[in-house]
Structure formats: structure tokens, C-alpha cells
Design a protein around this ligand. Sequence first.
Ligand SMILES: NC(=O)c1ccc[n+]([C@@H]2O[C@H](COP(=O)([O-])OP(=O)(O)OC[C@H]3O[C@@H](n4cnc5c(N)ncnc54)[C@H](O)[C@@H]3O)[C@@H](O)[C@H]2O)c1
Length: 391
Amino acid sequence: MREVKNIVVVGVGQMGQGIAQICLMAGYNVILNDVQDIIIENAANYIKIGLKKLEEKGHFQNGLTTEDILKRLDTTTNLIDAVTNADYIIEAIVEKLDIKQNICGIALDNSPDHCVFASNTSSIRITDIARKCNNPANVIGMHFFNPAPLMRLIEIIAGEQSSIEAMNIGVEVGVRLPCLRGERYVPRVLKDRPGFIVNRVLAPERIYSDYVYDIAHEQGIPWQEVDADITGPNEPMSRLVLADFIGRDVSFHTAEYYCKALSPDFAPGQFVRKQIANGNLGKKTGQGFYDWTKGRPKPDLSKKAGIVNPMVYTAIRANEGCRVLEEGVCHSWKVIDEAILAGMNFPGPMRAATENYQQLAELLEEYSKKLKKPYLKPVELLKTGNFVKMV
Ligand SMILES: NC(=O)c1ccc[n+]([C@@H]2O[C@H](COP(=O)([O-])OP(=O)(O)OC[C@H]3O[C@@H](n4cnc5c(N)ncnc54)[C@H](O)[C@@H]3O)[C@@H](O)[C@H]2O)c1
């Protein structure tokens, strides 16, 4: 397998900066590329500050300094210059298919033949990104979680035409990138399906959440009581504060995406549509479920509304995990659990489901009828418990 020495990070916004930092820390030569000098300067500065902090904490070994590491950093707004000697390109630009296709084509046309192009897309099919380039075998997905230096998971995704060698190189680079919070977990995603592993398994629970929001809204139940229903005991931020923090529009667009890519049952609920129409997008507009005008809300979660069955969330996750296995996205329920733990810092649903899958399947039969959402019906692997053998 070809050795990777030179990495180019294209798009150095929120994700690209962190990705470039860990590539440097792993010992690679790194070039930052973006559309404006000022963006690149900001990214380089962010990386320098991050490295300095780590140096002060004694993180580097053998007397290595930030200055030593930064000698391997270069920058340019010219993509063609950036990729001339690249072995590996990581793309973290805006989430727009035509722009990603264009960058992929230019990058592979102007880099050495062996160069791998890895996209950090969170939702676009890798096969589509590679569609217009001359070397789709060299295009893979490399899905980081935010922030890349802290989150252990990197999903390496095969597009329909990705070569085994490109996948192997992706995994090799991934495991070499340091993580400040433990050991990297770098699973192979074997089918180019929406949401890959982690985002996919967690996607359909929004169908139940939207149902709960609609009931709460109709019955005038205070949001902190709903929040108390759905927030687990050790979660650093309550669920509805987190939803406001991320932005109701982000959640709405994700739902629309899954609505097209997976099932119309993902269509956003009445209340969510109202929030969007009224511009109540959460933190960014000062109002979402909560009022943010005086800073981060601190809801009193001592009283529950009692309208949520937490087991339904567990069942929906386990069912989607089984769907991911049925589609061949990965071949082991343990990979799903490991990936969720590494990417989200909470346990995956599958191990527990090996004990109570029958109960979960019955619950889903009941709720798919109650919510009139056929997508929530239990799939064969869950109903039969046959996923248990897929280790
Ligand atoms: N933010 C997250 O939590 C997260 C997590 C996983 C994956 N992603 C994915 O990572 C990618 C980047 O997301 P982000 O949040 O860092 O976005 P961002 O807006 O912070 O950064 C995108 C950067 O790409 C640059 N850019 C746009 N067009 C370019 C071009 N033609 N050439 C070079 N640079 C260009 C922009 O100037 C900007 O600096 C997206 O595909 C997103 O879906 C994001």
C-alpha cells in the first residue's frame, strides 16, 4: 500500500481546522486550502493556538514544539498548486453536491494518480460526489465528528466504485490521527447509504419526538416537563436545550433530507413546521423551545409530563441498527454500538436489544400503528432476533 506523506485539507472552516490540526499532529505534511486568505489565516491561527495549548500541557513527546510541527504546514488559495504533490486530500467544504463534485474533479485531475480524495460529507452519497471525476476508484468518504480532535469516531465510507486500496489507505490514515479523548475508532462503512452508521441509527427517533412535540403543543404542556421526560440522568445538556442549541432549522432540513432519501414518514411534524415558519430556530434567533435572550436556559426538570415512553426511543434505535445490518452497511451489531459510543459518547442500542428484542419488536408494532408511521414497524432481523448472530 502506498505511504501517505502529504495531505491537503480543502475547506478549513469549523471541521477542516480540527482535521488539519490532527493531520499535523500525526506527522503528515499538511496544506490548507480555502477560497480566501483571511479564512486560511484564521484556520492556521486556530491550529497554532490549539497546538500551543497542548504543548503547554506537556502533550508532545521528545522535545517536539509547536514551531517544529508548524514547519510541516503550508497554505494556498490555489487548489491546483495545493494538490500537485498530494497523496491524500480531505474535503471539508460546504455541503453542496455540485461544489463537491467540482472540487473532486479538479483535485484528482491535478494530483498524482495514486492520490485518494476523502470527503467529510455528512449526508451526500460518496458515489454522487465521485460521479463526474476521472478516477472514482480513488474517492471515499471520511466522516469525522465534531470537534475532530476530541471525538474518537471516523467512519470510512465506500462509494460504489471506491477501490479496496483507497479504503485501506483511508482506514490507515484515520487510525493514525490522534484523538485527545482516547483511542480512535475507524469502522468501514461498506454501503453508501444515507447517514452512514451513526447518524442513520439515530435518525428515525425524530419521528417519535415530533409526535411528542405535537401532543405537548396541543395540550399546552410546558416544554421543561417534556424535556424532563426525554432527558437521561447523566446528559450534560437537556435534550430540548440541545435541540435549540443545534438549531431547529438544522433539524428540519435533516428531516427533509431523510424524507427524500429514506421514507416520507420522516416529514417534519406540525409543531416543528410552526417553529420554522415563526423563525423560532433556537439559540440563533433567541427563541426555540426556550427563551435564549438572557443566555442559555436552565429548565427545571423536576416535574415530568409523563407523555413519553423512553423504551420507544430504544426500540427505534435498535430497529434502525437492524436495518443498517440488513442493508449491508456494516456486518456486526458490535460495530454499531462501538461507533455510537465513539461518535456520540453514549452507548449504542444493540447489546441491550440482544436480551429484549421481542419486547422491542412488539412495542414498535404498537407505535407504528399509533403514529401511522409504517417506517417504525420492526424489521425481520429485529423480530427474529437473528441480528444477535451478527457479531
Ligand atoms: N459541522 C459539523 O458538525 C460537521 C460534522 C461532520 C461533517 N460535517 C461536514 O463537513 C463539511 C464542512 O462543514 P463545516 O461545518 O466545517 O462548514 P464550514 O462552513 O464551517 O466550512 C466550510 C469551509 O469550506 C470553504 N469552502 C467553500 N467552498 C470552497 C471551495 N470551493 N474551495 C475551498 N474551500 C471552500 C468555506 O470557505 C469554509 O471555510 C460539510 O460537508 C459538513 O456536512 C460537518
